[in-house]
Design a protein around this ligand. Structure first.
Ligand SMILES: Nc1nc2c(ncn2[C@@H]2O[C@H](COP(=O)(O)OP(=O)(O)O)[C@@H](O)[C@H]2O)c(=O)[nH]1
Ligand SMILES: [Mg+2]
Length: 254
C-alpha cells in the first residue's frame, strides 16, 4: 500500500499491450515502507515516497529529453473525456505527430483497446487499488512501449482529481481536463491539480445548451489557484475547438 495516499499495492500492478503477451513480473518494492505506523511516521513516509518518486521522475525526464520526446500527463476526474480526446486526436493528427500512449486505470484494458483501434501504440497500466500513476510505473511502461525519438508520449492518468497531482511522472507538461457536467467550482475544491497544470481543457462544450454551467466562473476560479493556466474549450464528441488543441500540441512538440 502506498503510504502517501493510502492506496495501491505495488505487487499487483499489471501492464498490457493489446495483441501482445507481456510478462507481468512483480514490480520490485522500490521505496521504504513501514506498516502499522503512527501518525508522525506517516508524514515522514509521505516525504520519502514523494522524494523517491521525484528521483525516478527526473530519470524519466532525462530519458525523454535525450530522445526529444515530449511527455504530457493528462489528469482529470473519471469520465471527463480523456480517452475520447486522445482517440480523436490520434485519428485527426496522428500522421503529423508520432503519438505513443500510456493508459492508467485500476482495472480493464478498455482504454488501451480504444486507443489501439484509433491507431496509436499503447500500453495499459492497471494499478489494482492504486488511485494514481507514479514515475516508476511510467519508467517500466516506457521500456515496453519503446517510444521513438521526436515522438509525443501522452499519459492518461487514473481518473482522480486528488492523488495524481502529487506524483511527478517526468512529464514536460500537465494537462487537466474538466468537463462542463462537473460544475465550475472544482478548481477551488481541488486546487493542487489546477495549480500544478499548465493547460486546462474544458470538454463537452456540446452540452452547454442543456446545463447551468458558467464558463467564465470556472476560468475565474481556476485563475485564482493558478493565474498562468491556459484554457482550451473543446468537444471531443463534435470536434468543436479541437483545432486549438492541435495548435497547442504543435507548439509544444517543437
Ligand atoms: N457529450 C459529450 N460526451 C463526451 C465528450 N467527450 C467524452 N464524452 C463521453 O463521456 C464519457 C466518458 O468519456 P471517456 O473518454 O471514457 O472519459 P475518461 O474516463 O476521462 O477517459 C463517454 O460516454 C464519452 O462518450 C464530449 O465532448 N461531449
Ligand atoms: Mg479513459
Amino acid at each position: 500500500m502506498c503510504g502517501t495516499c493510502g492506496c495501491g499495492d505495488e505487487n499487483n500492478i499489471k501492464y498490457s499491450i493489446p495483441g501482445k503477451n507481456l510478462e507481468n513480473k512483480k514490480e520490485e518494492h522500490k521505496h521504504d515502507h513501514e506498516h502499522g505506523h503512527t501518525h508522525s511516521h506517516e508524514i515522514q513516509l509521505e516525504m520519502d515516497v514523494l522524494s523517491s518518486n521525484n528521483l525516478v521522475a527526473e530519470r524519466n525526464r532525462g530519458f525523454f529529453e535525450a530522445l526529444n520526446i515530449k511527455a504530457l500527463n493528462l489528469v482529470s476526474s473519471p469520465g471527463s473525456g480523456k480517452t475520447s480526446l486522445l482517440e480523436r486526436t490520434i485519428k485527426e493528427i496522428g500522421k503529423e505527430i508520432n503519438f505513443y500512449i500510456v493508459e492508467g486505470d485500476q482495472q480493464t484494458t478498455n482504454d488501451a483497446d480504444r486507443i489501439a483501434s484509433a491507431g496509436a501504440p499503447v500500453i495499459q497500466i492497471n494499478t489494482g487499488n492504486g488511485c494514481h500513476l507514479d514515475a516508476e510505473m511510467i519508467n517500466t511502461a516506457v521500456k515496453q512501449l519503446k517510444p521513438e525519438n521526436n515522438s509525443m508520449l501522452m499519459i492518461e492518468n487514473v481518473g482522480n482529481l486528488v492523488c495524481p497531482s502529487m506524483f511527478d511522472l517526468g512529464e514536460s507538461k500537465r494537462v487537466v481536463i474538466i468537463s462542463t457536467t462537473e460544475g465550475e467550482d472544482k478548481p477551488i475544491k481541488y486546487p493542487p491539480m489546477f495549480e500544478s497544470s499548465q493547460l486546462c481543457i474544458i470538454n463537452k462544450t456540446d452540452l452547454l445548451p442543456y446545463l447551468d454551467f458558467d464558463m467564465e466562473k470556472l476560468k475565474d476560479y481556476a485563475k485564482r489557484v493558478n493565474h498562468h493556466l491556459e484554457f482550451i474549450e473543446v468537444s471531443a464528441k463534435t470536434g468543436e475547438g479541437m483545432d486549438k488543441w492541435y495548435e497547442w500540441l504543435r507548439q509544444n512538440n517543437k
